[in-house]
Ligand binder design. Sequence first.
Ligand SMILES: CCCCCCCCCCCC(=O)SCCNC(=O)CCNC(=O)[C@H](O)C(C)(C)COP(=O)(O)OP(=O)(O)OC[C@H]1O[C@@H](n2cnc3c(N)ncnc32)[C@H](O)[C@@H]1OP(=O)(O)O
Length: 229
Amino acid sequence: MVLAMLRGCRRLLHKSKTLYTYRIQHQETTISSCYYSVRHHCPTEELRDFGLPNTTWSQNLRNLYNKFMELSKTGGWTRIPSHNTIAHHLEGDPLETGIGKRMFLRNLDSDGLGFEYCMFYNKDERRMVCLFQPGPYLEGPPGYAHGGCIATIIDSTAGAGAVYTCGSVMTANLNITYHKPVPLGSTLFVESHVDKIQGRKVYSSCHIQSYDGVILHAEATALFIKANQ
Ligand SMILES: CCCCCCCCCCCC(=O)SCCNC(=O)CCNC(=O)[C@H](O)C(C)(C)COP(=O)(O)OP(=O)(O)OC[C@H]1O[C@@H](n2cnc3c(N)ncnc32)[C@H](O)[C@@H]1OP(=O)(O)O
């Protein structure tokens, strides 16, 4: 009852700001309804944007962030918002799907423990950069990030790059070569590029380097499939 009232209030609040046309089916979902259309701006001023600096960010992460913010002023790069529910990234009225669900990378309540990151997109170059600091809850080998979380940040960076370049996509294939372990708490420079678009197929490449570019930690190629129009 209370939940239903809250949902009603939130829907009214949001509908007063923008016209929503999007509907996601869930539960008995079909393949095509898994696809989404991404909003390029923060939907409300009150909503927290997790891609902004917080007290857990290292100096190296802040320096890279400041560098890309400077680049954003002269065009080319744009910082993209980052919320903790996928619903808030979608165009339309996705509130029903947002309740009780969190984005995998933003599912912890404390800053700095899991995926700490922000992304910048360059439309002309079809590049997405992710500045990433893996927290202590991402441990795999002692002191180092789990390979699955490295795959996650690659999938998310390349996936977001494909979405911002082509619209709604799903990951069909992801191949990763792990070159050097990633120390927890280090600052990583993750960069993806849309290499080729062939019909519905979007081919991307991605790599993870240390913040100064000295160490190549991992390289990947990915295939994303665009939504059927
Ligand atoms: C901040 C922003 C936040 C928002 C941004 C956040 C970004 C996050 C990104 C994370 C994304 C995910 O984790 S997605 C979740 C993980 N992925 C999944 O669950 C996908 C599961 N797989 C599927 O649902 C399906 O197989 C699809 C959707 C991938 C494809 O199915 P489909 O739509 O029916 O298409 P289909 O006809 O089969 O294939 C279309 C064409 O692609 C080819 N194709 C399909 N799959 C493959 C494949 N694995 N390898 C090679 N080729 C393939 C086919 O041969 C065909 O080529 P041709 O005959 O045309 O030549």
